[in-house]
Design a protein around this ligand. Sequence first.
Ligand code: PGA
Length: 249
Amino acid sequence: MRKKIIAGNWKMNLNVHEAKILFKEISDIVAKNNVAHEVLVFPPSIYIESLLKMNQSTIEIGAQNFHYQNKGAFTGEVSAMQLKQLGCEWVLVGHSERRTMFHERDADLLNKIKAALENGLEVIYCCGETLNEREAGIYFEKIGEQIELLKTLSLNEMKNVAIAYEPIWAIGTGKTARPTEAAEMHDFMRTKLESIFNLEVADSTSLLYGGSCSPQNAKDLFACSNIDGGLIGGASLKAESFGEIIAAI
Ligand code: PGA
């Protein structure tokens, strides 16, 4: 059975005090409601250690970014190895903000995925098309190409990879993909995984939706059979809205 996952991507938001309060509130919600699926948060890296020390075992913590080398002269960077040593369990790779604003290319993304897996971290690999690509009708092709990046991973490595479909036109815009649009893409992604790997990988890989997911639309999105959870930005910054999304699955 594949995992159901709700992940909060805090991006570069919250001060340390707010981050700790939010983390505690989310932990309490998860504990109180006996939430069975995985709840993850991706705080700014500098908060990871203090949140881990709060010892709220109901939530796992991930890093939004890292370098693919384990160590060396890479001023300003942190490595997957360092994150793992801290107790971090997940990483995000391929978020559209990193692809566009920080010019991360396919080769960088693959190196990052491999470094994360080698260091025992689980990966949420993000893909998505631009508005132009959607309007040009080439969105399946684009997502197909992005998923192809994973083709050199082993079947075993794929056990630690989840994929988030995040249409770029939906991120932070308040414009969500309609459940039918998200569903057809997730169906396509699962078929694509089967053609690259096999049916077992296709069936066991968690596929998440991201892009203006909110308490208002989460239920309809998560009702689609191939959507196994969400990667939530804005709505993960308040315990109340994130809690409602956690409950919607
Ligand atoms: P959003 O962000 O929910 O604010 O649209 C999602 C994401 O960027 O992961």
